[in-house]
Design a protein around this ligand. Structure first.
Ligand code: PXP
Length: 251
């Protein structure tokens, strides 16, 4: 019998964080209470999702302040709060103490988070926010483009996690997509070599998730819009399960 522990030498299990913002987008379209993102969080927990991700935006276009405590109370899953690096969001994070806080760039007029955080250019603004979140026991993640200077900046800031922006990869085709995938793989490896846990997310779908999921250093993917969109046709349970299967197949 082999002395090897099965899977021990391969990549670890890739966690799936489900971003439930767009359940709240649909709710807010009518101003009532339905559909409730809390119910989505409960379904994600029931089907083996590994975490709930929610972005509290300055304009509260989807998730709202009161949703955070309700989501935290509804499941034991870790909450990953996506937040802009502002005093307002810092105070909210310190009040709710999510498991993780992913610092994202935010522009009021954008439809979704458009690019990575310029961690390299904004060291002095980010440093106190990263420090205060970390001091409160919140695991800080920086949502960055897959670029060496951003990984270096994350190291200088002492962030334990980076989330690599997969939006460019998701939108590109052909050789440009292959090049972007190589950049993500190289930066996942660089982060891991330097003691930073790499995550990835944005724009991932059933069709494009597998090459990303196959990157061995990645520990977590955060996926939202596509899963909630598919849930309209197949239910959230089925869409989360299908994504999980595709991720497992890729490893
Ligand atoms: N990760 C981060 C940091 C994000 O800002 C978002 C979008 O809010 C996602 C992941 C999920 O992206 P998508 O909704 O395109 O799957």
């Amino acid at each position: 019998m082999s002395a090897l522990i099965p899977g021990h030498l391969g990549p670890g299990r890739l966690r799936l964080g489900v971003n439930i913002d767009h359940v709240a987008t649909i709710r807010n379209a009518r101003g009532g209470a339905h559909p409730d993102p809390v119910r989505a969080a409960e379904i994600v927990a029931a089907v083996g999702g590994d975490g709930i991700t929610a972005h509290l935006r300055e304009d509260r276009r989807h998730i709202r302040d009161e949703d955070l405590a309700r989501i935290q109370a509804a499941t034991d899953l870790p909450l990953n709060l996506e937040m802009a690096a502002t005093e307002e969001m810092l105070a909210i994070a310190l009040r709710h103490k999510p498991h993780a806080a992913c610092i994202v760039p935010e522009r009021r007029e954008e439809r979704t988070t458009e690019g990575g955080l310029d961690a390299a250019g904004q060291h002095n603004r980010l440093a106190p926010i990263v420090a205060r979140l970390s001091d409160a026991g919140i695991r800080v993640s920086l949502f960055i483009a897959p670029e060496p200077r951003q990984i270096e900046a994350a190291m200088k800031l002492g962030a334990p996690v980076v989330e690599l922006h997969t939006g460019e990869y998701a939108h590109a085709t052909g050789e440009a997509r292959a090049a972007e995938l190589r950049r993500i793989a190289d930066m996942a490896a660089l982060a891991a070599r330097n003691g930073i846990e790499p995550h990835a997310g944005h724009g991932l779908t059933y069709d494009n998730v597998q090459p990303v999921a196959a990157i061995p250093q990645l520990a977590e993917l955060n996926i939202g819009h596509y899963l909630i969109g598919e849930a309209i046709f197949t239910g959230l349970e089925a869409s989360v399960r299908r994504m999980r299967e595709l991720m497992d197949e890729a490893r």
